[in-house]
Design a protein around this ligand. Structure first.
Ligand code: ATP
Length: 251
């Protein structure tokens, strides 16, 4: 079954073409990497799929249903969840409060978060279980701004999972990570249950080739190639245009 279909998507801003007629289909349960040089249009494609940006042309389908005009928050409610290159958690709140905010989905507004959590023991316990699972329990009461960078990135992923994704869009989950954090995140990405479809942008070829089932290559806003990791690795055109330089500069 197809989870996500991008059909002939183009985007122009002030006459400049950022994406041109990009199409791709991601099957349910697939891990799809989107790669390409800086400025290739990867993040713009994510923003269009997530509903943050309207395409100039083309359509987006989610489990067979068109959602090209659906606002981002309604796509999220259907299970299309996105993580960001920069951590999107609230920096002034604690790690635990951030998890609770996602779990409560706005219900805290009625009573105030403290009151609701006091009454809703089950939610608090669920939040603590999430933190345990993601190795964040020891910093539950720390403000996010005081967390080391690697743990901030881990929290970004944990929050995405709390939102119960059916399709998870991850924008550079390994960006800027030190070697030890990188291994930890790559290992966690590898363990994501198969009922979650994953589409991720990454410049780290080790992570891409170890996690992805299929790889889409964007170049100058166009689809340059798509295939299995082996097909992409063995494609001389891609090596010439992109892989060679990236493997040496980012691996
Ligand atoms: N709102 C905008 N207005 C004008 N130009 C834009 C806008 N958004 C993106 N661009 C341009 O479109 C191109 C593609 O940007 P995009 O961020 O999608 O690339 P990317 O492949 O994600 O790059 P990176 O790997 O550096 O994150 C870039 O040249 C960028 O400067």
């Amino acid at each position: 079954m197809e989870a996500l279909r991008v059909e002939g998507v183009s985007k122009a801003v002030a006459g400049v073409r950022i994406l041109e007629n990009v199409s791709l289909t991601v099957r349910q349960g697939e891990r799809r990497a989107i790669i390409g040089p800086n400025g290739a249009g990867k993040t713009t494609l994510f923003r269009i799929v997530a509903g943050e940006l309207a395409p100039t042309a083309g359509r987006i389908f989610f489990f067979g249903e068109e959602m090209t005009r659906l606002p981002a928050y309604r796509r999220a409610r259907r299970g299309l969840i996105r993580t960001f290159q920069q951590t999107s958690a609230f920096f002034e709140l604690t790690v635990l409060e951030n998890v609770l905010l996602v779990l409560l989905q706005g219900r805290h507004r009625l009573l105030g978060m403290g009151t609701l959590v006091h009454r809703d023991r089950a939610t608090l316990e669920r939040a603590l279980a999430v933190l345990q699972e993601w190795g964040l329990a020891d910093c539950a009461r720390q403000q996010v701004r005081h967390l080391p960078y690697g743990l901030q990135r881990r929290l970004e992923l944990a929050l995405a999972f709390v939102a119960r994704p059916r399709v998870l869009l991850m924008d550079e989950p390994t960006a800027g990570l030190a070697a030890s954090d990188l291994e930890e995140i790559a290992e966690r990405l590898g363990r994501i249950p198969r009922d979650v479809t994953v589409v991720f942008i990454d410049h780290n070829m080790k992570a891409v080739f170890s996690v992805a089932d299929r790889i889409t290559v964007l170049h100058h806003g166009q689809l340059l190639a798509e295939g299995t990791p082996e097909e992409i690795r063995d494609n001389p055109a891609i090596q010439a245009a992109y892989l060679g330089s990236v493997t040496t500069s980012h691996a």
